[in-house]
Design a protein around this ligand. Structure first.
Ligand code: IMP
Length: 432
């Protein structure tokens, strides 16, 4: 397998974790490049269910190397408990996980600021996960952040933490009327965890580039989705990192010429957690039904996800922004019982028809979806193992997605288990 980025083509929660897990068999290295423990991947293997927030799901394959790139923001305590959790489930992590010394750290004051800022915004809130992601990236961009490598030097770390807390405590007390954080308390906790994690910290750009030069395959695992990208998403209702393909380069130090494929993961319907427009959102009762069938509750916060029809305006945009040249369509089984299935192909806004995703959140808020209707396949797909067995209505639905998105579907998923993933090779069907 070549080097490939797996990217969400909607608002996150497309089922990337499962696709990454499936493709990991063919990869040598699996890399997270952005975001933090705001993400959550659920992977089901046999009767075991694993929920991962920071560590790439490739860790569940015993012979793979996993990497957390410089573009990720790390809550050290959470990372440590994720490692311990995996070990308690019999998964050994030592020697198979490398963490960039350039990745920025999330501190308790980032989480406190995330929560209080959201509270103060009231109705204008973004609906963040409260994990301190935004404030940690603010410090990174403001060049005051503290990186993983800093914690390895007690003096450097203490000085940086002290400097940061002078400012943060003032903001906490004077602007928000909150209590202060004590340097020594945070210092002691982080130094203790850093001691445990020392052997995982590495210069991952070198590791990855050398591996690629030796012909190894790297799988870049995107978190969140295209529409949550801080530049290309539905700003300000986005996360604070580049969740699109470009983030794989800046977030690891691997250049774009070394990545051959961008696989977009598209859920057969849309979901979104948190605030912000979702043009194809279902009416409440139907939304409830799909949410229950699709188990659409956040893996990180448990929040119910808003659900809607597949939006080809959104996913076409994602194909362009990421240079997607292969698709994986997930959770088709959730639509198994439906009489008809809708796809939004265009929007209507202020009397105009829009083919392109609008470049303004205010326009997007006013957009009404224009749908085409497809007959449902009304077949239990969860036991299907090959494309040839698919009901014709399902084949037609997939063909239409390919046509609208101008990219080939290579994988489809019809359930949460590993063996409920089907590779599509229509050339074979045509030839056989
Ligand atoms: P933050 O990343 O916690 O700052 O949250 C910003 C927005 O991104 C909120 O709407 C979150 O619900 C959303 N978000 C963050 N991570 C995920 C994810 O992994 N899946 C889906 N939505 C996410």
């Amino acid at each position: 397998m070549s080097n490939i980025v797996i990217v969400g083509a909607q608002w996150g929660d497309e089922g990337k974790g499962k696709i990454v897990d499936y493709l990991t068999v063919e990869a040598d290295y699996i890399v997270r490049y952005q975001g933090g423990n705001n993400a959550g991947h659920t992977v089901v293997i046999g009767d075991d269910r694993y929920i991962l927030h920071l560590i790439p799901s490739g860790i569940l394959h015993k012979d793979k190397i996993c990497v957390i790139g410089n573009g990720v923001v790390i809550d050290l305590a959470d990372l440590y408990s994720e490692i311990k959790g995996l070990e308690s489930q019999g998964i050994s992590v030592k020697g198979r996980l490398f963490i960039s010394q350039y990745a920025h750290l999330i501190f308790p004051y980032h989480k406190a600021l995330d929560k209080i800022k959201e509270e103060r915004k009231g109705l204008e809130k973004i609906g963040t996960t409260g994990r301190g992601i935004g404030p940690a990236y603010v410090d990174k961009i403001a060049r005051t952040g503290i990186r993983v490598g800093d914690v390895l030097d007690r003096d450097v770390f203490y000085k940086k933490l002290e400097d940061n807390l002078k400012e943060k405590n003032e903001i906490m007390s004077k602007i928000y009327g909150l209590g202060s954080f004590v340097t020594k308390d945070i210092f002691d906790e982080y130094i203790q965890i850093a001691g445990e994690l020392k052997e995982y910290i590495a210069d991952v750009s070198w590791i990855l580039n050398e591996a690629i030069d030796q012909g190894k395959s790297v799988l870049f695992e995107g978190a969140q989705g295209t529409l949550l990208d801080v530049d290309h998403g539905t700003y300000p209702y986005v996360t604070s990192s580049n969740s699109t393909c470009g983030g794989a380069c800046t977030g690891t130090g691997v250049g774009p010429t070394k990545i051959e494929k961008a696989m977009g993961v598209v859920k057969a319907y849309s979901t979104r957690v948190g605030e912000g427009p979702l043009p194809t959102e279902f009416p409440p009762e139907f939304g409830e039904k799909i949410r229950a069938k699709g188990e659409e509750f956040g893996a990180t916060t448990g929040r119910p996800r808003r659900c809607g029809w597949l939006d080809a305006v959104v996913t076409r945009y994602a194909v362009m922004i990421n240079g997607i040249n292969a698709l994986a369509v997930t959770k088709l089984d959730v639509l198994d019982e439906l009489e008809t299935i809708k796809i939004c192909t265009r929007y209507e806004c202020d009397g105009k028809i829009l083919d392109r995703f609008p470049n303004s959140i205010d326009i997007l808020k006013r957009c009404k979806p224009i749908y085409e209707e497809h007959p449902g396949w009304k077949t239990d797909t969860t036991g299907l193992t090959q494309y040839e067995e698919f009901p014709q209505e399902l084949k037609n639905y997939l063909d239409r997605i390919e046509e609208l998105l101008e990219a080939n579907i290579e994988l489809v998923s019809v359930g949460s288990k590993r063996d409920q993933t089907i590779r599509i090779s229509k050339q074979c069907e045509a030839k056989c």
